[in-house]
Design a protein around this ligand. Sequence first.
Ligand code: DGL
Length: 270
Amino acid sequence: MNNSAIGVFDSGLGGLTAVREIVEIMPHENIVYFGDTGRVPYGSKSRETISKYAGQDARFLKKMGVKLIVAACGTVSSVAPDLSDELGLPYTGVVYPTCFTAMNTTKNGKIGVIGTAATINSHSYKRRIQEKHPEFEVYEHHCQLFVSFVENGLVDPDDELVRLMVQRYMAPLKESGVDTLILGCTHFPLLAEAIGREMGPGVKLIDSGKETAIYTKKILTRQGLLNDSSDKGEARFYVSDTPADFERYAGLFLKDSPSNHVEHINIEEY
Ligand code: DGL
């Protein structure tokens, strides 16, 4: 047993889709979250820059004394190196658990992947799926604009702008006949309703934040690191830009607003 917090990071708000699931399935766990809101988006940046940012984010969380680090970011998970050796801590990204569920979900062997530009250009999800199932067809499409919409709270499926954007980006995937669609960026589950409406009921959406939270529980269980307290866990949030913007939109992701615990840090120090 280990009652230290789970560390979770993302470029901004997206990783909160993993946090909300962690809170749901492991209510006694404490969480330290870092959202790199001063440098979002990651998905349009180079591999070198994304790797540098991921290292700084993880080092900050390690300094906070966490027991495991979750890179709740499809982009970091796709292009930055695995940091477990450097950190000396259990570490996971989102690609492995998300692909695992998608492979077990598809019936027709046609899987769609949407993510940031960096994620899609890396082919990380496609490679992982085809390593195991070379016969599966994987259709990839980048939706970098979704990140900006989500960071600005534009997620209402009835909003005409949201509907048109989703319609345009989903068109090639609709044509491909996929029955399973990986939301390979942790920001995208916030647009799940709009995406689901566009793709129709025959397409199962796989939420990378949720799948990663479930996998995190497996790691903690396997390594005997679960929190044995019977109290409700606490969450602390840190950001690299003003806490006000984060507080404003975080309620979209989490049922309880984290407003009382958001602090600014200088990530360049890590
Ligand atoms: N939420 C992130 C991801 O899963 C990053 C989005 C971005 O910063 O571009 O890819």
